[in-house]
Design a protein around this ligand. Structure first.
Ligand code: ADP
Length: 383
C-alpha cells in the first residue's frame, strides 16, 4: 500500500481520493479546514494552510511522496524539504516556471509554443497608464486583458477591459500586485487537453475538448471538440513538448484558444488535474485522477481513450448564499439518461463557487444533442 500526500483538499483531491481506493493507494491531504471536501474521504488529513511548510514536513514523514491539488503553494519554503530527500511529484523544478502567469508565458515562449502577446506591467509603465489621458501608451488596442501573476482561478484576477477608464479603474486597487497585460484574443473557441507524463517519460494525451466559460468561469465541456484532426495533432504536440521539457510527472491541464484563422494559442497550463478533465471519470477508460496517481506512483499510464462516442460535462456553480445540499435538484439531474452527478459535499454555497458537476455520456458526437442536454441540466440547476 502506497501513501501519497496531497497539498490541497478541495474537490480535486476529493475526486483523487476516490480514484486512490481502486489503486490501493492511501491519500493524506494537507488542507486548511476540516470541512474541506477531501477531508471526509481521504485516509488522513493534516489541517493546515497549504503554504505551511512545517505541516508539509510532517506530511512527508507519513507518505512515500507528495503531490499537489492546486498551485497556490509556497515553492521557496518547500525547496529545503526537497533538498532533504522529500519526493515531490511533479518536482518543484517542474512547477517553478508555471506558478506565476508571466513566468509561465515566458517559459512557453522560450519553448517556441504559441501564446497570446503579453508583457509585464510594472513600475513606470503602470504609473504611466494610471495617469494617461489616452490609450496610446498601451502595447495593444483595446480590449486588453490584465491578469494577476499569481493566485488567479476561475477568472478571479483576470480582467477584460474595453477602454482606458475601465482599465484605470481596474488597476487602481492592484497597484501593489504583480501584473501581466496581454492582448485580448477574439477566439472562435476555447479548447483544453489533459496530458499525463510518467516517470519513464511516456506521455498520453486525452481527447481534446471544447470548454465554454461564462464570466471567465468554466460552465460546459463538450467532448470531443469538433475540430480538424490537424488541430488535435498540433495540440498533442504542444502537450508533449511542454511535459517533456518540464520533465513533468503527473497530470497537467492545458487550456488553449482557437482563433478564427485556425491558430492555436496556449492560454494557461495547470500543473495538476483540471476541471476540463472531469468528463474522464465517466467517459474515459482511465480517469484523470487515476491517471495522476498512476503517474506519480510510478505505475504504467492507463488508456486515456473515450469509452463512449461523446460526452458533455456541466459545472454546478453556486448562484446564492446558502447551506443547502440541493438534494431535490440533484435527484432530478440524476434522472437524465446516462448522467452521473458528482457533488463535492461543500457545506456552503456562494455565487460562482463550484459545488459539483454532471457528466452525460452520448452515443454520438453531435453538438446539437450535447447542447440540448447542457441546457436541460442548467434549467434544472439554475431554475
Ligand atoms: P484563470 O486562471 O482564472 O482560469 P484564465 O487565464 O484561464 O484565468 O482566464 C479565464 C478566462 O478568461 C478564459 O477561459 C477566457 O475565457 C478569458 N480570457 C483569459 N485571457 C484571455 C485573453 N487573452 N483573451 C480573451 N479572453 C481571455
Amino acid at each position: 500500500m502506497k501513501r501519497i500526500g496531497v497539498i490541497g483538499g478541495g474537490q480535486l483531491a476529493w475526486m483523487m481520493a476516490d480514484a486512490a481506493k481502486d489503486l490501493e493507494i492511501e491519500l493524506i491531504v494537507q488542507t486548511p479546514a476540516r470541512t474541506d471536501p477531501a477531508v471526509g474521504n481521504a485516509a488522513g488529513a493534516i489541517i493546515a494552510a497549504i503554504t505551511d511548510a512545517k505541516a508539509t514536513e510532517q506530511l512527508a514523514t507519513q507518505c512515500d511522496l507528495i503531490t499537489f491539488e492546486n498551485e497556490f503553494i509556497d515553492l521557496e519554503s518547500l525547496l529545503p524539504l526537497a533538498d532533504r530527500g522529500v519526493c515531490f511529484r511533479p518536482s518543484l523544478q517542474a512547477l517553478e516556471p508555471l506558478l506565476d502567469k508571466y513566468s509561465q508565458r515566458s517559459y512557453l515562449q522560450k519553448l517556441g509554443l504559441p501564446t497570446p502577446k503579453f508583457t509585464e506591467l510594472t513600475g513606470d509603465r503602470l504609473s504611466a497608464i494610471l495617469n494617461a489621458k489616452s490609450g496610446e501608451l498601451l502595447p495593444w488596442r483595446f480590449p486588453v486583458v490584465i491578469k494577476t501573476r499569481r493566485h488567479g482561478y476561475d477568472g478571479q484576477g483576470t480582467f477584460i477591459l474595453k477602454d482606458l477608464p475601465q482599465l484605470q479603474a481596474a488597476l487602481e486597487p492592484l497597484s501593489e500586485v504583480p501584473l501581466l497585460i496581454e492582448e485580448f484574443v477574439p477566439f472562435e473557441r476555447e479548447l483544453a487537453a489533459i496530458a499525463a507524463r510518467a516517470v519513464t517519460g511516456e506521455v498520453v494525451v486525452y481527447p481534446v475538448v471544447e470548454t465554454q466559460q461564462a464570466a471567465q468561469v468554466c460552465r460546459r465541456v463538450f467532448v470531443p471538440a469538433d475540430i480538424a484532426p490537424e488541430i488535435v495533432t498540433e495540440i498533442e504536440a504542444i502537450a508533449r513538448t511542454l511535459l517533456d521539457s518540464l520533465q513533468a510527472v503527473g497530470v497537467f491541464g492545458i487550456e488553449l484558444f482557437l482563433t478564427p484563422a485556425g491558430k492555436v494559442l496556449v492560454n494557461e497550463v495547470s500543473p495538476r488535474t483540471h476541471n476540463s478533465g472531469h468528463f474522464t471519470i465517466d467517459a474515459c477508460e482511465t480517469s484523470q485522477f487515476a491517471q495522476h496517481l498512476r503517474a506519480v506512483s510510478g505505475l504504467p499510464l492507463g488508456n486515456p481513450a473515450l469509452n463512449c462516442q461523446g460526452a458533455v460535462m456541466v459545472n454546478l456553480l453556486g448562484y446564492e448564499h446558502s447551506h443547502s445540499d440541493y438534494a431535490d435538484k440533484r435527484e432530478q439531474l440524476a434522472q437524465i439518461p446516462r448522467a452521473s452527478v458528482c457533488w463535492y459535499g461543500k457545506t456552503e454555497s456562494r455565487p460562482g463557487r463550484k459545488l459539483g458537476h454532471v457528466t452525460v455520456l452520448l452515443d454520438n458526437s453531435q453538438r446539437s444533442q450535447a447542447q440540448a442536454i447542457a441546457q436541460t441540466i442548467e434549467s434544472i440547476w439554475y431554475d
